[in-house]
Design a binder for this molecule. Sequence first.
Ligand SMILES: *Cc1c(COP(=O)(O)O)cnc(C)c1O
Length: 397
Amino acid sequence: MSTEHLMGVYNRAPLEVDRGRGARLWGKDGTEYLDCVMGISTNALGHAHPILVRAVKDQADKLWHVSNIFKIPGQEALADALCEKSFADVVFFTNSGTEAVECALKTARKYHSANGQPERIDIYGFDGSFHGRTYGAINAAANPSYTNGFGPPMEGFHQLVWGDREALEAAFRNPTTCAVILEPVQGEGGCRVTPDEDLRWMRQMADEHGVLIIFDEVQCGMGRTGKLWAHEWAGMTPDIMAVAKALGGGFPIGACLATTEAAKGMTPGAHGSTFGGNPLAMAVGQAAFTEISRPETLANVNEIAGYLKQQLHGVAQRFPDVIVEVRGKGLLMGVKLIPNNREFMGWARDEAHLLVAGGGDNLVRILPPLNMTLDEAREAVERFEKACEFARGKLAA
Ligand SMILES: *Cc1c(COP(=O)(O)O)cnc(C)c1O
């Protein structure tokens, strides 16, 4: 057994994962790790959460898959729950984040087409954003490292500089603009938080000019920032939103949420998916969403995030030779480093048995489960500090 027959698209860490429980992962050699990657903010309730395990087992005995040509009660129930707790009126279920983004992009273009304005095709994304790996998604983010070599750019996709209000204003005023797409808090790009007042201004401009706002909350949504949706902090709402990662608590599920108005072009035959919204996924999704959207879970995120932020700022002060800054929102935390972030991840893993994720701008991301305990958070800080000490030694050598 080796990686020989796997397409070589990943730089894999030399860690064979065997099993997990809560915030812990065990390697095949028995080493215990504290997991602050969580499948990149996907296992939001930790590994092997008993409620999710139960939901999979119960549903596995009953029914896994039927075609979407039939009514699927689990879909209706999860869509009801999502709409009750969001701006949305309708939901399309997918198997992944990138498919949720595809649905969002298609919904936006179809909206203008249904309105008799098929010329409105221009979709504006931002540098440092990440929307997934399908063609629409890589073009929407327009990050050259994901688009290079994959043929000509798709027509109607444009990238703006994050934070450049003038350029964004021009985009809103362009009569062929369809939508803007952004992550309220960037994940892969480096935990950059769009200011609340910018989001409110975007809503106002979008309304004035008939442009749709698409939020990609695949990573920052589902309680990660301490509110169910990241945009709630700004007191505004998008027209369309892509969700995934934590929605299935580790089981592959995505969803595209929209208002009735924004989804008006999505009529029978306009879109579809074989596996999207299958009964097995919906059973886990309902269980995960119920747990994550509980006020107690969100309160815990805010408590643990407050503690970690304060402690990590302390670590940053003690290690100015290792840490540049601490940023992010809630439990989507980024620590910008002086040593190479990939190298640091290896040190944290091997020397402190702490798993952290990489990120753009030479960051490591700390993405604990939303139900992390204060004791586990203390341990995470201790282990992070240990990794910093090791890094200091390496830098001095
Ligand atoms: C992970 C991610 C995606 C892509 O999700 P996949 O399930 O890998 O397709 C899209 N957008 C954001 C913000 C993400 O973090």
